[in-house]
Structure formats: structure tokens, C-alpha cells
Design a protein around this ligand. Structure first.
Ligand code: NAD
Length: 487
């Protein structure tokens, strides 16, 4: 233990950056607070442009050797990282829950095992990544997946380790080195991952972590000429800022942004399933980019749907995320609660009716809310709230359902509840969304492309698409003649 260590439920977390295989402290710190009870967890090194530069320099220095490391060896080390994550699932789960307020039971049983899987999946995918050679007038074309270089990975607070390892794992697998910046509200599991990676034998400088405010160190990272890839998950305004900053060096970007996704409930659906899917949108206190927050219900079943929904929503248990019985924990920050409440108050002033909730709860909790009587062009229907707030609108025809579903600037995901396969195929084809779920929600296979259309993002990650992004693809054309015979 040093003055740079904090503890969460007995788990020690280093509060310094991780740069070039060493812990580096900043002169300044910021305070990390738990959303569960507002308690101070500790003081975290607050990076400046100097630490950002140091981290990029470390990533640059480590790049040639890591890029030249065989695929088999890179995969072996990534599997060792996964082993380390699995050994520390309990530690990671309690630290993440304390830092971001999401459920301990889902961190333990779902999220952290998935973090390990992220490393295993991309390690294995790397080993089968290939492109068949092809011929042009007797010449051979060979496509190779060259590592692109130092990659800056910037992530939000709603699923800190999970979201970041969707980026860290493929970037490292591809042979890139990484500078990761966790969100300032949830910096802790990034620090634990640095410990795990070092123990797994990841060479110094291959993974670097700089903590701090995006507004203070973001530009230094994203405008750096030595950075060859930027992958960002977060809000649209930050993405716009990063895009401008990256333009200086034409640095390729992958952007995973917000959403205002629809849940379309047709009269032919299993209504209990549809209600379950709708209530599921309150998970993680609504702080889920993919959440289907606009519930669109066929008019003939809307009354019955609303009745069953209200009943089910009333049974949702809100409370301490460390308790097994809790369904929804707190929202992340007072600022976020004020934002959510502002959205709801303005909607009600504009004529919306809260059928469920519509107000703050105790402390950092917001009551699960369902608003009806909302206009399609209103703020509450068009803008992402990022809290446990759903709207309900009705439609009478399939055309109208599709038109309403597509009528925002986003295009991240869409969920359908219908008992008719033909309808599912027709509607899916017309929806603007990176992912469509039919009679299910949140099922994600890492082989699948993931990302959003329109203001929900640029590019796709997952499976081969991740390697497309993190690699510089090279085609080598070799002539059949011109060889000297050394036989
Ligand atoms: P945010 O954009 O405020 O912050 C995200 C990250 O960007 C943080 O680490 C922050 O420090 C950093 N940042 C801020 N300013 C920066 C700058 N100028 N340069 C570089 N980095 C900067 O977003 P948030 O409020 O933390 O996260 C919520 C948003 O993320 C929501 O819109 C949500 O929908 C979105 N999200 C999207 C996905 C997805 O996969 N599409 C997943 C989760 C969250």
C-alpha cells in the first residue's frame, strides 16, 4: 500500500496512471465518488497534456516489437489476460459496482466473465484471420493485416471495463499498442486491468492508461500525430469534437454514440414478452446506449399493454446494487439526475402524462418512468435521456410504425415484438439501425458487426470488422516472373 492506493471492500486500487509499464502520478488529482451513497472513494491522478504525450510516446516506443510479435504469442498473452480477469472476477465486480452503481450480481455473473471472453474471442479470431490469395493475369494478390500503430481508446462510465475491452482486446490482438482513457466518473477497473495485463506478461508500453477529464487531456490524445487509430464510445457532442481534433492528422475513427431506439410492439406479439422487453429497458437505471426508450405500440393493444407494463414496472426493485434482490441501482451522478429530471419536467410541461414514475427518488435514484401523450417532434421523443425514462406512442399501421421508428437523428438499434415472421422480415428491412432484435433484446455475439447509423456512430466493430478498423490492410501483388533461381 502506498499513498497512491485506495481500497474498495478490501481490494487495493492504484490511483496513478499506467505508462510504459510504470505507475506515474500527476501533481493534481480528482475525487472519485461512489454513486451508491456519495462516499469518497479516493483521489485519482488527474492527467494533463504532459501525461497524454508520455503515454503516446510509450505506446509508440512499444509498437514495433509488439507489431512484430507472432500472432500465436499475442494470442497467448491475451488468453493470459483473460485468465487474470477470471481469477479476479470478485474484485473487479465489487470495484465496478462501487464505482458506477450497476448491479453486483450482473457484474459477477455476466459482465466480468464477458470481459474475459472479450480477450479470448479476439485472441482466437486473430488466429483464423485470413484472406485467400487471388490471381490477376497470373499475378498473385496477397492481403495482409498490418498493425496500424498506437491507438487511443476513450470510453464512458456506464459499462466501463466491458465497453473498453471491446476495444482494448481487438486493438492488442491486431498488434497495435494502446492508450486508454477511462471516464473520469469511473476510473478504477482500468487500473486493475493494468495490474492484470502486467501480470499476464503484456510487455511494458503496450497498454497505457491515462486518467483525467476529457476536456483537459482529450485534445492532446486525439490530435497527436503519432496516434494511428481512435476508437470512441460516448456522446455525440464529444464525438464531434474528437472528429475535428483527429482531422489534423486524418486519424481514422470509430465512433459508438448515443441512441433513441424504438421498441415496436405489434398486436400479434406475445404481449407478456413485449412487456418484459419494455421493462428490461430500465436495466442499469436506463444508462444503456442501446436501450429501446421509445415504445411504439399498435393501438388495439395499447391499453392492455400499458396496464400490464405499469403492473410489472411497479414490481421493479430499486436500491443498493450490492443487494441480490435489487433490479436497478442508482444513476451515476447528481448532474445526470438533474439532466434526467429536466427532460421529464419539460416533457410534462409540454403535455406529457407520467403513467409510471415521473419524479426523482431518494438520493441518486430516479423513479422508473413511462410518459404518454408525447409528440413525435418533442424533445423527450427526439433526444437521448440516458436514464430510466421511456415514452409510449401508438400506431395503427405497419407503415406508420416504421415511419415513427425511423424518425429521429439516431440509428443504433431497434427491437420488434411480433408473432409474424413475414412482418418481422419486412419491418426489419426498412429500419435504420445497426442492430435489430426480434422478440429478444441485448443478445450480442462478438462475431457480429456492432455500431450505429446516422448520429449513433461511424463504423462497425466486432469480429473481422474490428480487425478491419485496427489494421492497415495491405495488398501485395507479385508477378509470376522476374525471379532469379537460387536453386
Ligand atoms: P461523454 O461523451 O461525455 O464522455 C465519454 C468519454 O469521452 C469520457 O471518457 C470523457 O472523459 C471523454 N471525453 C470528454 N470530452 C472529451 C474530449 N474533448 N476529447 C476526448 N475525450 C473526451 O459521454 P458519457 O456521458 O460519458 O457517456 C454517455 C454517452 O455514451 C451516451 O450518449 C451513450 O449513449 C453513449 N454510449 C454509447 C455506446 C455505444 O456503444 N454506442 C455505449 C455506451 C454509451
Amino acid at each position: 500500500m502506498t499513498e497512491h492506493t485506495l481500497t474498495v471492500a478490501g481490494v487495493a486500487v492504484d490511483t496513478r496512471h499506467w505508462i510504459g509499464g510504470e505507475r506515474v502520478a500527476s501533481a493534481e488529482t480528482f475525487t472519485d465518488v461512489s454513486p451508491i451513497d456519495g462516499s469518497v472513494l479516493g483521489e485519482i491522478s488527474r492527467g494533463t497534456a504532459a501525461e497524454a504525450d508520455l503515454a503516446v510516446a510509450a505506446a509508440k516506443a512499444a509498437f514495433p516489437a509488439w507489431a512484430a510479435t507472432s500472432r500465436a504469442e499475442r494470442a497467448r498473452i491475451l488468453h493470459a489476460v483473460a485468465d487474470g480477469v477470471e481469477k479476479r472476477i470478485e474484485d473487479l465486480a465489487i470495484v465496478e459496482t462501487t464505482d458506477n452503481g450497476a448491479l453486483l450480481r450482473s457484474h459477477r455473473r455476466g459482465v466480468m466473465p464477458r470481459v474475459a471472453h472479450n480477450f479470448r474471442f479476439f485472441a482466437d479470431w486473430l488466429l483464423k484471420l485470413d484472406h485467400e490469395d487471388f490471381e490477376t493475369r497470373g499475378h498473385t494478390n496477397h492481403v495482409s493485416w498490418d498493425p496500424a500503430g498506437p491507438s487511443v481508446l476513450i470510453t464512458p462510465w456506464n459499462a466501463p471495463l466491458m465497453l473498453s475491452t471491446w476495444k482494448v482486446a481487438p486493438a492488442l490482438a491486431a498488434g497495435n499498442t494502446v492508450v486508454r482513457k477511462p471516464a473520469e466518473w469511473t476510473p478504477l477497473t482500468a487500473s486493475l486491468l493494468a495490474d492484470i495485463a502486467a501480470e499476464a506478461g503484456l510487455p511494458a508500453g503496450v497498454l497505457n492508461i491515462v486518467q483525467g477529464y476529457g476536456s483537459e487531456i482529450g485534445d492532446a490524445l486525439t490530435s497527436h500525430p503519432d496516434v494511428r487509430r481512435i476508437s470512441f464510445t460516448g456522446s455525440v457532442p464529444t464525438a464531434q469534437r474528437i472528429t475535428q481534433s483527429a482531422a489534423a492528422n486524418l486519424t481514422p475513427l470509430s465512433l459508438e454514440l448515443g441512441g433513441k431506439s424504438p421498441l415496436l410492439v405489434f398486436a400479434d406479439a406475445d404481449l407478456d414478452l413485449a412487456v418484459d422487453l419494455a421493462v428490461e429497458q430500465y436495466d442499469n437505471a436506463g444508462q444503456v446506449c442501446l436501450a429501446a426508450t421509445r415504445v411504439l405500440v399498435e393501438e388495439t393493444v395499447a391499453e392492455e399493454f400499458t396496464r400490464r407494463f405499469a403492473e410489472k414496472a411497479a414490481a421493479v426493485v430499486q436500491g443498493d446494487p450490492r443487494d441480490e434482490a435489487t433490479d436497478i441501482g442508482p444513476n451515476i451522478h447528481e448532474r445526470q439526475l438533474e439532466k434526467i429530471d429536466g427532460f421529464v419536467r419539460r416533457a410534462v410541461e409540454a403535455g406529457a402524462r407520467a403513467v409510471v414514475g415521473g419524479h426523482r427518488g431518494e438520493g441518486r435514484y430516479y423513479a422508473p418512468t413511462l410518459l404518454t401523450d408525447v409528440a413525435q417532434d418533442s424533445e423527450i421523443v427526439q433526444e437521448e435521456v440516458f436514464g430510466p425514462v421511456l415514452t409510449l406512442q401508438t400506431f395503427t399501421t405497419e407503415d406508420e410504425a416504421v415511419q415513427l421508428a425511423n424518425d429521429t437523428r439516431f440509428g443504433l438499434a431497434a427491437t420488434l415484438a411480433t408473432g409474424d415472421r413475414d412482418r418481422a422480415a419486412r419491418v426489419t428491412q426498412r429500419l435504420v439501425a445497426g442492430t435489430v432484435w426480434v422478440n429478444c433484446f441485448f443478445v450480442r455475439d462478438l462475431q457480429a458487426p456492432f455500431g450505429g447509423s446516422r448520429h449513433s456512430g461511424v463504423g462497425r466493430e466486432g469480429g473481422t470488422w474490428s480487425f478491419d478498423f485496427y489494421c492497415d490492410l495491405k495488398n501485395t501483388v507479385t508477378a509470376p516472373k522476374g525471379w532469379k533461381d537460387h536453386g
